[in-house]
Design a protein around this ligand. Structure first.
Ligand code: IPE
Ligand code: MG
Length: 228
């Protein structure tokens, strides 16, 4: 969800105001994806590398987790959204960890759209933690297949994304879902994340619908049910 800082700068406001607007945009996008029949929506909220940002921005983002959970968890829970958090939770504060744990617990029985928030996440971190788990379980080199590693990735419960969206005009993957995007269709948008609205979601879905997916073979497929 890229472009929050620039969105705020354009308005002569502090970056954290952009992040707050970005959180409101996320809620809008969740609603619309649900309306469009998307089953899995995975968003990149805080990367392993984002700790390098100025201290006040990092603490602003952490505080936003608490504010966002207090403000929106009830709404998401009542509309059937299941929230899951993926990333290294050991490095975040007790308060943030508690907010994430509560988000998962309060929505654990929901069967609607699965919203995964990647937080203190990195694609390489995920591959390493999966490999470590396999080693700890004593898998032999022969047993370490693609399936065995997939089953130990932090997103093992979700299908690989059909559609990968990057906002904010950057044309990079930035250590997001490296393992899972093997066959994802990419959609790059210049739209700054806080401005990403229903129309932009529909634009991305339309772009996806126009693609011819062959997965290395010759077949084509239907609509996007997993978006990252
Ligand atoms: C949001 O956008 C990404 C987060 C880490 C929350 P940015 O903060 O990267 O915004 P820009 O790229 O400076 O505009
Ligand atoms: Mg950015």
């Amino acid at each position: 969800m890229d472009g929050n800082g620039r969105w705020a700068k354009k308005r002569f406001m502090p970056r954290v105001v952009g992040h707050k607007a970005g959180m409101d945009a996320l809620i809008r996008v969740v609603d619309h994806c649900q309306k469009r029949g998307v089953e899995y929506l995975t968003v990149y909220a805080f990367s392993s590398e984002n700790w390098k940002r100025p201290e006040d921005e990092v603490s602003g983002l952490m505080n936003l987790v608490l504010v966002g959970v207090a403000k929106y968890l009830g709404k998401l829970a009542s509309q059937g959204v299941r929230v899951r958090i993926v990333g290294d939770r050991s490095a975040v504060s007790e308060k943030v960890r508690a907010a994430w744990n509560q988000s998962e617990a309060d929505t654990a029985a929901n069967t609607g759209l699965v919203l995964t928030v990647c937080f203190n996440y990195g694609g390489r971190w995920d591959i390493v933690q999966a490999a470590r788990r396999a080693m700890a379980e004593g898998l032999s080199p022969e047993q370490l297949t693609e399936e065995a590693l997939s089953a130990r990735m932090s997103l093992a419960y979700a299908p690989d994304p059909d559609l990968f969206i990057r906002t904010g005009g950057e044309l990079r993957v930035s250590n997001y879902l490296l393992w899972q995007i093997a066959y994802a269709e990419f959609h790059f948008s210049d739209c700054l994340w806080p401005d990403f609205d229903e129309r932009e979601v529909d634009r991305a879905l339309a772009a996806y619908a126009g693609r011819d997916r062959r997965f290395g073979g010759v077949k084509t497929t239907g609509s996007a049910s997993s978006i990252a």
